[in-house]
Design a protein around this ligand. Sequence first.
Ligand SMILES: Cc1cc2nc3c(=O)[nH]c(=O)nc-3n(C[C@H](O)[C@H](O)[C@H](O)COP(=O)(O)O)c2cc1C
Length: 228
Amino acid sequence: MTIQEAILARHSVRAYQEKPLTDDVVKVLENEISEINLKNKLHIQLILNEPKAFQGTLAKYGMFRNVSSYLVMAGKKADDLDERVGYYGEYLVLLAQTLGLNTCWVGLSYSKVPGTYVLNEGEKIACYIAIGYGETQGTGHKIKTIEQVSNVSERTPSWFKKGVEAALLAPTAVNQQKFSFEYVGMKDGHHLVRAKKGFSMIGYTQMDLGIAKYHFEIGAGKENFEWV
Ligand SMILES: Cc1cc2nc3c(=O)[nH]c(=O)nc-3n(C[C@H](O)[C@H](O)[C@H](O)COP(=O)(O)O)c2cc1C
């Protein structure tokens, strides 16, 4: 499965089989996580065979079942922490999908179990991502139109529309999709695109933006443009 195919196949999955992640899959994920952490000042941790974080009232309310592996999405406190967590978390989510796994971003419905993760000075947890072999592959979410979230027109390049379409398939908190993409034009021979987050009472819009920007890059082709 390619990353483009993973974008189409991915849906949030909240009920999992009682089957631990295979050693091969764990090795691939651990390697990627080490590299991401090193390069991007993040402290993402893969926690295996630990069911307690998803056994509390909140998790049951969130309809989670049999979650025993998850990613703790942590990093040093910074203004752009949520966006980096979104971007690299979605990189791992789509990689996991290509490895035959399912996932669900979790902003609220989990418990932080002491002793299961490590936080260094100045670090905080932004969210968790449940990971495992789903009971099902999940279902598609309601999506906005490309016109609602972008300035796509007959004058914008075809890759721009593909980027917006990929972004609309991205997970966002409560499926709020409070992001927009603007094709700005050319500067010094480069196409420029601006991504913006909208307002939401729920929050998580900066994390959602990081997630949507990664999808946009996959759909549009990173080589075709630069972010403003
Ligand atoms: C930042 C973020 C936080 C989320 N938090 C939760 C959560 O606490 N509980 C939950 O069940 N789903 C959570 N979700 C999953 C969304 O509800 C889901 O992505 C959205 O409804 C779109 O559905 P899809 O992922 O199947 O495409 C979260 C998603 C994101 C991106």
